[in-house]
Design a protein around this ligand. Sequence first.
Ligand SMILES: [Zn+2]
Length: 275
Amino acid sequence: MCTGRVSFTRTAPAYNARSFSACRDVATMPSIHLADGRRVPYRVRVSPRSRRVRLTLNPRDGLVMVTPPGVDRRQLAELAHEWRDWVARQLDALGIDDAADAATASVSLPDCIVLAGIEEQWHVLHRHTPGVSARVLVRDERSLVLGGAAGDLSERVAALRRWLMRRARDTLPPRLEALAAETGLDFGSVTIRAQRNRWGSCSAHGDINLNYQLLFLPPPLLRHVLLHELCHTVELNHSPRFWATVRRFEPDLDARRAEMRRSWTHVPDWLAAAP
Ligand SMILES: [Zn+2]
């Protein structure tokens, strides 16, 4: 990690817990993720006279990364990560763990996304890349890189939502087709949508819409919703005949319907709260 002339040290500033003030424009700042889940924002200051990267913590400025010109932000983020235990110790020693939390209370983007319905778990690596619109890159089969300006929270949520829509388009239609084959219930087309209040719908032509947030439901509930919509291709209503059709393929129907009453609680807060 240490390259060229740049060497890395950290300073041991004089602390004063009482006068520590969190930065107001915290939402636009990069941050250090501590092992215990805390997220501590830091400011980057480029100093032409500086020969090395330093991390300082003081009452007036909070946490500041001082760097010579030409060190890229990704390197700084990696250094911040390496120094996280030191940061945790200093904050704990000062008893100001809440300062960082309070300052970033509105920041609750996920570090991990669990797609229970399709039994996948994705780690989210947060990158602060100013000047680039928020986007999700798939780094490997189980991790995502979320880039863009750190302050654009709604943009970052929107980028994650677009990725979820893609994931839903790739994974939900094949499951619907498999269930159609299993039950012998035929459907027209399938479309993935971002609906707020319904998990799915079926038209008179047998075309099915599925909500991308189905990805978050436990597999039995995901199957239940797919089956429900497939059964609408033969009974376009919620009559006793419709439920009898569903029950033919789902003996545990009553339990599923009871679980469905709480189904929206499976959607994570960071997504449900987003505009
Ligand atoms: Zn229905």
